[in-house]
Design a protein around this ligand. Sequence first.
Ligand SMILES: C[S@@+](CC[C@H](N)C(=O)[O-])C[C@H]1O[C@@H](n2cnc3c(N)ncnc32)[C@H](O)[C@@H]1O
Length: 212
Amino acid sequence: MDHLIENNASSTKKRTSTSAKILIAATGGIGIGLTVICASFVAPAFRRICLPYVPATTHQVRNVLNLLPKNTTARRDKLLDIGSGDGRIVVAAAKNGLLADGVELNPWLVWYSRMAAITQGVHRQTHFYRRDLWKYNVAPYDYIVIFGVEQMMKDLEKKLISETSETAKIIACRFPLPNMRPQHVIDDGVNTVWYYDLYKNKSFAEELIERT
Ligand SMILES: C[S@@+](CC[C@H](N)C(=O)[O-])C[C@H]1O[C@@H](n2cnc3c(N)ncnc32)[C@H](O)[C@@H]1O
């Protein structure tokens, strides 16, 4: 009898320790998973220029769309959102008929954007690249959108001037480019949008390139 009770107790102990191991492995796995996901969102804070994930509001997206052409002809303008976050600007522009790309460092946001483009029926008109915006070639684009931070605008202005074609248009939200003259400014405060026509800033752009 004693022998039977002992056997029972030892098998219960074994079962408990197996369930405990599974529980530890599962919580450990979830913990590691969450850390990996969060790390991608925190990583921008450790870069020379910190550009955190702050998605545009519906109002801000509407302001950008108001400055874009409605592409109804066969020739489609190409748009790039620099630091495209969850892809909302890219998807909205594609719905307006543009060919729209996003460049974004955070892999989760890139995958989310691709899924959003599929579910909203614009995956053929959109591309999302997981790249560093400072190393991404902006030359092929007609429209470039940036929801930036103040510290990046000077370097970004130089990059845009030296890489884009003369016909490119730049739409800067929240912070303006420091030297170029905007052709339109709409709204105010955090919703301000500055629209720059590179051709109209040609002489300044040439001067800046000569100086550097
Ligand atoms: C202010 S959010 C803008 C999001 C989106 N454009 C919008 O309006 O909803 C900036 C985004 O830039 C991304 N980012 C930060 N540094 C980057 C870099 N070096 N290269 C590419 N993307 C970057 C961040 O992960 C973040 O999603």
